[in-house]
Structures are given as structure tokens and as C-alpha cells.
Design a protein around this ligand. Structure first.
Ligand SMILES: Nc1ncnc2c1ncn2[C@@H]1O[C@H](COP(=O)(O)OP(=O)(O)O)[C@@H](O)[C@H]1O
Ligand SMILES: CC(=O)OP(=O)(O)O
Ligand SMILES: [Mg+2]
Length: 378
């Protein structure tokens, strides 16, 4: 059975404070339209203004031709393991999952309501960041706490950026000319948010983000993994309440907390200017990545490929080099020459001797969401 993936989709990515959108014709390389609206507080209003501007003559798109509207949804809980056509019931379920993604799901639902009102006759599809991680084993997704409490409150590892990890791992297998079923791949999505995945036989077996997108790698403004007792200590010793600590960990930590800059380009500028703290911050960032490479290599029982993707992964040759430096013993050898510079297209950056192939593969979450949305409605 072949699934149709040809058509035109409007893809909406309602982030915590922004709306990214694309109109994707899956038969073409480039999107028909794309844009970013920043500092969004009301996602309903934001999506209405996006649709209004796309409806204007001269926008280059004809919205009456849409096959589907695809919505990126960060948290799909345990309920959603595949792209799902949105009806009132599904939208309510996504709204209820906001307790597990307070920064993201409320905005998704507000945007969804606006888009469904604007296009009542076109199917809307939710594509979940968590879906790719529904293949994790019970041992991989469970935390070592009272399981009665865990079940009652949905406490487990969900994992995020799944659309991106799934997409680049499939691309990697194709670039290697291999069947994904026989490959062990570590995918490193390093953007503002950052996460690592271990992918075996085409499915995720581990992922660095957890109950929320706070765990794992060091990020632009998020801590990544940290001893949870820091929360108790900040409360008791610094008198901070839970909401203050939540805000500190999610919005004022990571590279921002370490250096004053959340953007890696600014961190490099500070290093060039002689900043010791910026150099240490970069070392922490790369050291954490290296730790996951070792851990996931062990979980995978060996390794065939590593993929770097997203803003930092695609553009930052220093991060790529430092994260994998000194791993020749493990069969991981990055070529300084091939690695140099920003990569706008898929590029092999390992040496010919390296047992493990190392790739930079630009991610394209919007396109992947368009393809999955169209497949879901055909
Ligand atoms: N040339 C570059 N060198 C290093 N880092 C870069 C470069 N360009 C972009 N970045 C990093 O990529 C981040 C954005 O990544 P992106 O994947 O677009 O994130 P998001 O989707 O979460 O907004 C920026 O915050 C910045 O740190
Ligand atoms: C889930 C998540 O962290 O998303 P983003 O990288 O877009 O913030
Ligand atoms: Mg992103």
C-alpha cells in the first residue's frame, strides 16, 4: 500500500512566544511561503493575522488549494503515537495535556482553534514531538520513583523534537544507502532547545529530554540535566518559590545563565574577546554532548552514524569538533577539513578511516510535518 504524500499544507508551529509557519508544496523543494512572528502573547490572534496575510493577493499562495493544515504539538502524552486528525475531542485532549507542557500546549490549542475556524472544511492534523519516542521501552522511559504516583500523574520520559530526530535519522540511512533497520544512529538536535536520540533499527530507544523539554543537554536558556536537589536547596537556602525556580531553569539558565548570551554566535564572540567564562560554558556544552554519545553508544551496543542538526548542529563547526574530540579509540573520527564551516546541505564530516560515519543533515521539521499531515488525510 502506498501512502499519498503529495499536496499543499499550511504548517503552523505555535511556540511558547512565537509562531513559525510555512506553506509547503511537497512536490517542490522550496516552501511557497514561510514566516516567523515573534513575541506572541495571544496565539489565536497571531494565527488569525498569519492567515490574513497569506490570504492577501500577492502572497504567492492560494489557500483554497490546501490539502491539510499541519499543527506542531510539543506534548502528546502517552495517548498520541502518530499524526492525528483534529476534531473537538482531540483538541480537548491536547488542551488537557497542558499540565505536562505549560509553555507549549496552551498556545497550540489557541492557534488550532483559530485555524480550524478559518478553514473549517480542510482537515487539520496534529503532529507530535513526542510521537517518535513512543517506542522507548518501559525501562528507558520510567523514572525511579513510586510508580503509583508516576501513573497517577503521567510522570515518565516523553522526549521531544521527535519530528526532527525521525526525519534526520531516515535521511541519514538514505544518504548511507543502507536500510534503517540495520543501523544504530545517534541524532543530535542542537537548536535553542537541544536533545539527543539513540535510534536503532529506525526507532528511538532513548532520548535526552524527559517529562518536559528541560532535561538532558545544555541549551540556550535551559539547564539540561541537573541534580533535582538543587530545587530543594534553592527553595530552602535562597527562599525561591517553585514558579521562580521553574522560570530560572527554563529561561535564565543554560548558555544564558553561564555567559549572559543564549545565542551560540554571541558565546563565540565573547570567547574571541578573551572571556574565560564563555570558554568554560562552551566546554560544559560540548562535554555534555560527548557524555550522551558515550552513553547512547553503549545503549545501542555499537554505532554506525552520528548526525548533527538544527541551528547549532548545522552551523557551529567548533561545537561539532569539540564534542567529538578524542574519540578515535571508539571509532569516531571527525575530519577537521570536512567539518569546517556552516553546512547548508547534508555533508559527511568524518574521515575515511572513521568506523562511525559523522553527518551534518539540515533538519526540516515543517516539511516533515507537511508530509505526515498529507499522508494522514489521504
Ligand atoms: N552560525 C551559527 N553559529 C553558531 N550557532 C548558530 C549559528 N546560527 C544559528 N545558531 C544557533 O542556532 C540557534 C537557533 O537554532 P534553531 O534550530 O533555529 O532553534 P529553534 O527552532 O529552537 O528556534 C540560535 O540560538 C544559535 O544559538
Ligand atoms: C520541545 C522544544 O524544546 O522545542 P524548541 O526547541 O522549539 O524550544
Ligand atoms: Mg526548533
Amino acid at each position: 500500500m502506498s501512502v499519498n504524500t503529495q499536496g499543499i499544507a499550511l504548517v503552523l508551529n505555535c511556540g511558547s512566544s512565537s509562531i513559525k509557519y510555512q506553506v509547503v508544496d511537497t512536490t517542490r523543494e522550496e516552501p511557497l511561503a514561510s514566516g516567523l512572528v515573534e513575541r506572541v502573547t495571544d496565539h489565536n490572534e497571531g494565527v488569525r493575522s498569519v492567515i490574513e496575510s497569506l490570504s492577501e493577493p500577492g502572497s504567492g499562495v492560494d489557500l483554497s488549494q490546501l490539502t491539510a493544515v499541519g499543527h506542531r504539538v510539543v506534548q502528546g502524552g502517552s495517548e498520541f503515537s502518530a499524526p492525528t486528525i483534529i476534531d473537538d475531542e482531540v483538541q480537548d485532549a491536547i488542551a488537557k495535556l497542558a499540565v505536562l507542557a505549560p509553555l507549549h500546549n496552551p498556545g497550540h490549542v489557541a492557534g488550532m482553534a483559530a485555524a480550524r475556524a478559518a478553514f473549517p472544511d480542510i482537515p487539520h492534523v496534529a503532529v507530535f514531538d513526542t510521537a517518535f519516542h513512543q517506542t522507548l521501552s518501559e525501562a528507558a522511559y520510567s523514572y525511579a520513583i513510586d510508580q503509583r504516583l508516576a501513573h497517577e500523574h503521567g510522570i515518565r520520559r516523553y522526549g521531544f523534537h521527535g519530528t526532527s530526530h525521525g526525519y534526520v535519522s531516515r535521511e541519514c540511512a538514505e544518504l548511507m544507502g543502507r536500510d534503517p533497520k540495520e543501523l544504530r544512529i545517534i541524532t543530535l538536535h542542537l537548536g535553542n532547545g537541544a536533545s539527543a536520540d539513540a535510534v536503532k533499527g529506525g526507532v528511538a530507544i532513548d532520548t535526552s529530554m524527559g517529562l518536559t523539554p528541560l532535561d538532558g543537554l545544555v541549551m540556550g536558556s535551559r539547564t539540561g540535566a541537573i541534580d533535582p536537589a538543587v530545587v530543594f536547596h534553592l527553595h530552602r537556602a535562597a527562599g525561591m518559590d517553585i514558579d521562580e525556580i521553574d522560570e530560572l531553569f527554563n529561561k535564565r539558565s543554560g548558555m544564558l545563565g553561564l555567559t549572559g548570551y543564549s545565542d551560540m554566535r554571541d558565546v563565540h564572540k565573547a570567547i574571541e574577546g578573551g572571556s574565560h567564562e564563555a570558554q568554560v560554558a562552551l566546554d560544559i556544552y560540548c562535554r555534555r554532548i560527548k557524555g550522551y554519545v558515550g552513553q547512547y553508544m553503549a545503549q545501542l551496543g555499537g554505532l554506525d552514524a552520528i548526525v548533527f542538526t538544527a541551528g547549532v548542529g548545522e552551523n557551529d563547526d567548533i561545537v561539532r569538533l569539540e564534542s567529538l574530540r578524542g574519540l578515535a579509540e571508539l571509532g569516531i573520527e571527525i575530519s577537521e577539513e570536512r567539518n569546517a564551516g556552516r553546512k547548508k546541505q547534508a555533508t559527511l564530516i568524518s574521515t575515511d578511516e572513521s568506523k562511525v560515519q559523522i553527518w551534518v543533515i539540515p533538519t526540516n521539521e515543517e516539511r516533515a510535518i507537511a508530509v505526515q499531515s498529507i499522508a494522514a488525510v489521504s
